[in-house]
Design a protein around this ligand. Sequence first.
Ligand code: SF4
Length: 359
Amino acid sequence: MPASKVADLLRQLQKTHHLSLEEYELILSNRTKEDEELAKNLAKDCTEEYYGNGVYTRGLIEFTNYCKNGCHYCGIQRENQEVERYRLTKEEILDCCREGHQLGFRTFVLQGGEDPYFTDERIVEIVKAIKEEFPDCAVTLSIGEKSKESYEKYFQAGADRYLLRHETADEAHYQKLHPKELSFQNRMRCLQDLKDIGFQVGCGFMVGSPGQSSKSLAKDLYFIQEFKPDMCGIGPFIPQHSTIFAKEKQGSLEDTLFLLSMLRLIQPNLLIPATTALGTIDKRGRELGILAGANVLMPNLSPTAVRKKYLLYDNKICTGDEAAQCRACLSRRMESVGAKLLVDRGDAKKAKEARYEKA
Ligand code: SF4
């Protein structure tokens, strides 16, 4: 096929933000280095139009590593006996927020496994306490699949956003990555419920996970195009030594960067994190992620004493650093690529706002 076909499609995507499933697959299967460079440059223009050179930060608080699920790729899944389990108390979570607020974070992400100890009542109490003490901040929850009623309670309590990675938009592939009791339909039901309730919704997927094909990745891109989330987090698959995928190959930097650029072209105002997993497979992974189209960083605010216990994958970076060190380090890293950390809640820009700021 002519080399320019992929380039034509990338330019078309930048203009219309819409392609067919087959066109996504064609791009993913046939792209060249030149196409990757083109995608990066087109994505950079989109990011600048909407977000300038500003990078939003979210303070991540990993408040429980208990989980009732057994996702095959995950280091803290229920069957892993090596994990030293912990839970943070409400006061410990609030202490993380206090430190984070002083450092300039205006979004707190409460992330954890699906831990039955944290009942709806406990989550509601924590969300309310954070919102009361930090009314200028957004609260994001990332605590997995729940009923619509539970999501409604969290929203009423003041939670603004919810992150739930869909992991893969290919049903057969989803079943390969998860135990039987977890279903693709329920994951999709959760995402739709969250959107219907009014949350700003984040989804996302792993790049290079076992059994993934160009077709399954094309389905991910098509899903993002149609679902229109507020945020999409993608990171390379990194094997964890105690899982059944321990010997699988990790996802590549090049593929992840290219997909970041694709996401930016699909939805120019999308909030896209340069993930810790990207920084784990390459020393400059997060900087390269920002250059490829990402505009969010999610450094860890969890107490250093528990960080090494929340290892979803091997060799995770920044598990020994204090929050202040992390922020300073990220600030320097961003400056090295002409970007700047912002002190901001970091909501997604609407098309009108972006044009207004440019005028
Ligand atoms: S990926 Fe999430 S839900 Fe699945 S086992 Fe890990 S912590 Fe639990």
